[in-house]
Design a protein around this ligand. Structure first.
Ligand code: NAD
Length: 345
């Protein structure tokens, strides 16, 4: 597995640069000397982008994808295209947006890789997900990348990702194009969605804990037994860059080796916050029961997640609790008064 070290950092085009991971990726690419074009429907919500230029484009539109990779890339020359744009969110969003995800994300992914292939001289990265894998039983042996088939993703988000992986691989063959595909585990950290319905479980738990008073009961979906692994955003971005610079052409899992139940995640957040809270499990969209993935392929490139869950939760909680405090009563972060009264009964 070779790591490519170009003499001069190439230009990078980051699609989804207004989102959580894309924004962090732009910052990292800039720190490595890249000239960067950010592309998204929106600017980042929690601070200015450090991209050299930022194009507001709807990438469902084929002409917008052509514009995103057009010749005026700052710095010129070959470009690295990072395709992270997607209509997505946590389980609350994923469970109710089947049509949007299947239509919008398939359009973005098919149009972006087509435009990149036609532009030529492009190395292409696609952000896939471990949602392409089937559900697992507690304690099951780790799935490796090849275990994606026979395919049985647990939701439409995963099916679309698997379809778009295949589109990317087909273009790689036809156009002899370098394509790298990462299957991300749950990613968390500061400056990601923390309210409004698109937030993931770590940010949602941080928000609920930040808004709670000592002794409160907070509600979580499911029964707390679902097992997940969470990768801190800085680690994930490092892995993306390592994969992009490698000769690994096959889809590659990126995640932490640390697996916890949702009940344990809650305990970690409450401990970090120093709050004595109780939890009530309520029906809601939980997603798969368990996860366990081999990271051997990405670890063969010398990468391993460095930030422990406790450390990452510490940094994330600090940021989310500042957002909760700043939002005050205008936020949906706090438990509604009716909800709080009900929970105290
Ligand atoms: P995010 O929602 O924060 O960012 C996605 C960005 O895509 C948003 O800024 C959004 O505005 C943009 N976008 C959506 N539709 C668009 C369109 N039509 N045109 C242009 N831009 C559009 O999500 P994220 O957490 O940063 O995830 C980035 C990528 O990684 C996504 O492809 C996601 O599916 C994948 N992924 C994320 C996780 C995770 O835990 N965050 C896990 C697995 C895979």
């Amino acid at each position: 597995m070779a790591i490519r070290k170009p003499a001069v950092a190439p230009a990078a085009i980051v699609c989804g640069a207004g989102g959580f991971i894309g924004h962090h990726l732009v910052t990292k690419l800039k720190s490595r000397g890249y000239t960067v074009r950010g592309v998204d429907l929106k600017l980042p919500e929690y601070g200015p982008s450090s991209a050299d230029e930022f194009l507001l484009l709807d990438l469902r539109n084929p002409a917008a994808c052509v514009e995103a990779v057009s010749g005026s890339v700052p710095g010129g020359g070959p470009a690295e295209v990072y395709q992270l744009a997607a209509d997505m969110g946590g389980m609350g969003f994923i469970s109710g947006a089947d049509c949007e995800m299947l239509r919008d994300n398939a359009a973005i992914n098919a149009n972006m890789i087509h435009a990149s292939a036609e532009a030529g001289n492009v190395r292409y990265f696609f952000a896939s997900s471990v949602c392409i894998y089937r559900d697992m039983l507690h304690g099951e042996a780790a799935l490796s990348e090849d275990d994606a088939y026979p395919a049985l993703p647990a939701n439409e988000y995963g099916w679309e990702k698997l379809y778009s992986e295949r589109v990317a691989l087909a273009y790689a063959r036809r156009y002899r194009m370098d394509v790298r595909i990462a299957r991300f585990q749950n990613c968390y950290g500061p400056e990601g969605a923390w309210q409004g319905g698109r937030e993931k479980v770590p940010a949602a738990v941080c928000r609920k804990v930040a808004a709670a008073q000592p002794g409160d009961v907070i509600e979580l979906w499911g029964d707390g037994s679902a097992v997940r692994s969470f990768v801190y955003v800085d680690d994930l971005v490092d892995a993306v860059l390592r994969l992009m610079a490698s000769d690994v052409a096959a889809p590659t899992n990126i995640g932490s080796r640390e697996y916890v139940s949702i009940a344990k995640l809650f305990e970690i957040v409450a401990a970090v916050a120093g709050k004595n809270l109780r939890v009530r499990y309520v029906p809601g969209p939980v997603g798969v029961q368990s996860r366990n993935f081999s990271n051997a392929r990405i670890e063969s490139l010398g990468w391993q997640a460095k930030v422990s869950l406790e450390e990452g939760v510490g940094r994330t909680y600090k940021w989310v609790s500042a957002q909760v405090a700043a939002a005050g009563d205008d936020s949906d972060a706090t438990l509604s008064s009716g909800n709080r009264a009900a929970l105290r009964r």
